[in-house]
Design a protein around this ligand. Structure first.
Ligand code: SAH
Length: 342
């Protein structure tokens, strides 16, 4: 059985034509699916015979929330979803002045092994399909009754380690016949898989790119992120410069600040040298505490000082506002503890 939420409109047209139906039916089905319908009987402008045929080969796979945690302070909601095969994933709904946003997971688990991140602790279970990535958004819209206009692919998983499904996900949510979410309202965050960064710049020049940097020397970055062994700074940074030059788009560098590891004045100085003249912006994230990681966060005050040092040397930076802290929904905290399943 085919999950129709896994298909781009083009793929759905191919499927429907192969079933002996006219191509325009695909647009109708696609439209219904992204209006939230999961039952073919509700697709009232389709002939009964066609609906029957569809039911025999395809279905519309949704993800069911097992648990929803609501922040008491800022409207953030954290979702725990169960997938068809029993795997569990998490997403976070956030309210901003410019509208609602969702942080989605791209994999069940992660194999990148960053030492300060909770999501990678148990390794990778499997890639999520395009439909599983976008169903997180649809389930949150159904739960909140609100429209979600922005997507950040910053939940569990390394999106560039699941690139084919990520690309189809972007094409599906961007389609004007469906959710119609603008490319510029989507942000993808990567730990730095250089060949995919280059490909992404060609495939999706309008989608925002965020790079998890976190360290200014190979020694420091390598101690936090194993991926640095394969793609050290001397190949990552030129790929980023090329990206900004070919796309004309600004890169966001995420810099998770860890006390005594990457938060010194020299770090700030090296960071501004590394990024000098690049079309970019640095997002400073004071480490969110993850039990048993052994790492310590920095004060808000230190993050502000660091920001100031960067700005003095011409690098634009902000300190990330923390949302959903009271429900462990902040960056790097998406991980299934026992308490989630109880
Ligand atoms: N794999 C992708 C996207 C997921 S992580 C990536 O690496 O970019 C999203 C961001 O949260 C990354 O910048 C990641 O390094 C950061 N992060 C992970 N654990 C964190 C923690 N405990 N505190 C603060 N930020 C964290």
């Amino acid at each position: 059985m085919i999950n129709l939420r896994d298909l781009t409109l083009k793929e759905m047209e191919e499927l429907i034509v192969s079933m002996g139906e006219p191509k325009f039916r695909a647009k109708q089905v696609f439209g219904w699916i992204y209006k939230g319908k999961t039952d073919f009987r509700e697709m009232t402008n389709l002939p009964e015979v066609f609906r029957q045929k569809l039911k025999e080969t395809a279905y519309i796979g949704a993800v069911e929330p097992l648990k929803i945690q609501k922040s008491k302070t800022d409207g953030t909601r954290k979702y725990l979803f169960r997938l068809e095969d029993g795997n569990l994933i998490e997403s976070v709904f956030m309210k901003y002045k410019y509208g609602n946003s969702i942080c989605v997971s791209s994999q069940a688990g992660c194999r990148m092994g960053c030492c300060f991140c909770a999501s990678t602790r148990n390794g990778l279970d499997r890639n999520l399909t395009p439909g599983e990535i976008l169903s997180q958004l649809m389930a949150a819209e159904a739960d909140t009754g609100e429209r979600i206009g922005h997507i950040v692919v910053m939940g569990t998983g390394e999106p560039f380690d699941n690139y084919d499904n990520l690309s189809r996900f972007i094409r599906i949510v961007n389609d004007p016949n469906g959710l119609n979410i603008g490319m510029r309202n989507i942000t993808v965050s990567t730990c730095g898989l250089v060949p995919v960064i280059r490909r992404f710049g060609r495939d999706f020049p309008q989608v925002n790119l965020a790079i998890s940097l976190h360290g200014t020397t190979d020694e420091i970055r390598g101690s936090m992120m194993p991926v640095n062994g394969k793609y050290p700074l001397e190949v990552l940074i030129p790929a980023c410069r090329d990206y900004t030059e070919t796309t004309g788009r600004r890169i966001t560098f995420e810099y998770t600040m860890v006390n005594g590891v990457n938060d010194s004045d020299e770090d700030a100085h090296r960071l501004s040298k590394l990024l000098q003249g690049m079309l970019c912006h640095v997002n400073l994230i004071p480490l969110n505490r993850v039990a048993e990681s052994g790492f310590d966060t920095v004060s808000r005050k230190r993050a502000e000082e660091f920001r100031h040092l960067l700005e003095r040397e011409g690098v634009v930076a902000t300190v990330r506002r923390e949302l959903g802290a009271d429900i462990d929904a902040a960056c790097g905290q998406l991980r299934l503890g026992k308490k989630d399943i109880e």
